[in-house]
Design a protein around this ligand. Structure first.
Ligand code: PAF
Length: 283
C-alpha cells in the first residue's frame, strides 16, 4: 500500500493505473477506522481494480464547539488495518493540501442540508459536500462508497453528484453493527462503559418503530413521540426521530411504501445517529 500526502503524487499514481486501463474505487473517511470502514474497502475491492482510501479529518464539517480538535486520530493503526484489507493507496493530506488559505468556493446542496442533522449542526453538510466534491476531483474515481449509517449524508452526496454531473457512481454499504445492535461509529470511542450499555437502545427504538409500522400503525407522529419518550427514559437527549420517505427524506405520509427511520440522540456529549430502511409490503 502506498501512503501519500500530496495531490500531485496522488494524480501521478492514478495516471499510471488509468494508463493501464484499471478502474478505481474510492472510500473517503475521517480515520479511526472500524469494521464499518473496512467493509467499505472490502466491497470496493470486489468492484474495481484499485482501491483508494482517504483519511482526512475535515475541519469544514465541524461547527464551533464541536469535536474537531479531539476527534479520534489513529493513523498508525489505520494504516495497518487498510494494508491488511488490500487498500492500494492511502491519501493522507494535511489541511493546507486540501484547502487553499483564501478558498472562496463551497458546495451546498440546498434544502436537505438544513434538516435533521443539518438543523442541529448548521454548516455541517456544506462542509461534507465541499470536501467530498474536492476529493472526487482529486481522485476522479469510477465509484465511491459510503456507509448507509450516514443516510442523510449519502442522500446529499447523491444529489450533489447528480446536480454537478460528477462522473462517479455512488454506492451505499450496509451499516455494520456490534452484537448489541449498536451501529459502529468512530465516535463510539467517546462512550463511557455506562453509556455503552445504553447506546444499543437507539437501534432498539428504531426496530420497535419499524415493527409498529409493519404491524399496521400509521400514526407516524405518535410513533415518533413514543420513540422519543423511550429514548429519553433510557437516558438519551433525543435530537430527532423521524419517519421519512427513503427517496427524498421528506416526512412520510400514510401512502408511502419505502421508508427510512432516521434518528439522532445524545448520550452525555456523544451524539449518535442511526437509521433503518424498509418497505411496507403491497404498497
Ligand atoms: O462520513 C465521513 O466520514 C465524512 O463525512 C466524509 C464523507 C469522509 C467527508 O469528510
Amino acid at each position: 500500500m502506498q501512503t501519500i500526502t500530496t495531490v500531485s503524487e496522488l494524480r501521478n499514481a492514478i495516471r499510471v493505473w488509468r494508463l493501464a486501463g484499471e478502474s478505481i474505487a474510492f472510500v473517503p473517511t475521517m480515520g479511526n477506522l472500524h469494521e464499518g470502514h473496512l467493509k467499505l474497502v472490502e466491497v470496493a475491492r470486489g468492484k474495481a481494480a484499485r482501491v483508494v482510501v482517504s483519511i482526512f479529518v475535515n475541519p469544514a464539517q465541524f461547527g464551533v464547539g464541536e469535536d474537531f480538535e479531539t476527534y479520534p486520530r489513529s493513523e498508525r493503526e489505520d494504516q495497518d488495518k487498510l494494508h491488511a484489507v488490500g487498500t492500494d493507496l492511502l491519501f493522507l493530506p494535511a489541511v493546507s493540501e486540501v484547502y487553499a488559505i483564501d478558498a472562496k468556493t463551497v458546495v451546498t446542496v440546498t434544502g436537505l442540508s438544513d434538516l435533521y442533522c443539518g438543523a442541529s449542526r448548521p454548516g455541517h453538510f456544506k462542509g461534507v459536500a465541499t470536501v467530498v466534491c474536492k476529493l472526487f476531483n482529486m481522485v476522479q474515481p469510477d465509484i465511491a462508497l459510503f456507509g448507509l449509517k450516514d443516510f442523510q449524508q449519502l442522500t446529499i452526496i447523491q444529489i450533489m453528484v447528480r446536480d454537478l454531473n460528477i462522473p462517479v457512481e455512488i454506492i451505499g454499504v450496509e451499516t455494520v453493527r456490534e452484537a448489541s445492535g449498536l451501529a459502529m461509529s468512530s465516535r463510539n470511542s467517546y462512550l463511557t462503559a455506562e453509556q455503552r450499555a445504553i447506546a444499543p437502545k437507539l437501534y432498539k427504538a428504531l426496530c420497535a418503530a419499524r415493527a409498529a409500522i409493519l404491524a399496521g400503525h400509521r400514526s407516524y407522529a405518535e410513533i415518533e413521540h413514543n420513540a422519543g419518550l423511550f429514548l429519553q427514559e433510557s437516558g438519551f437527549q433525543t435530537d430527532y426521530f423521524c419517519v421519512c420517505r427513503s427517496r427524498d427524506l421528506k416526512k412520510a405520509e400514510t401512502g408511502d411504501g419505502n421508508l427510512v427511520l432516521l434518528a439522532a440522540a445524545k448520550l452525555g456529549k456523544t451524539r449518535l445517529i442511526d437509521n433503518i430502511r424498509f418497505s411496507i409490503p403491497n404498497k
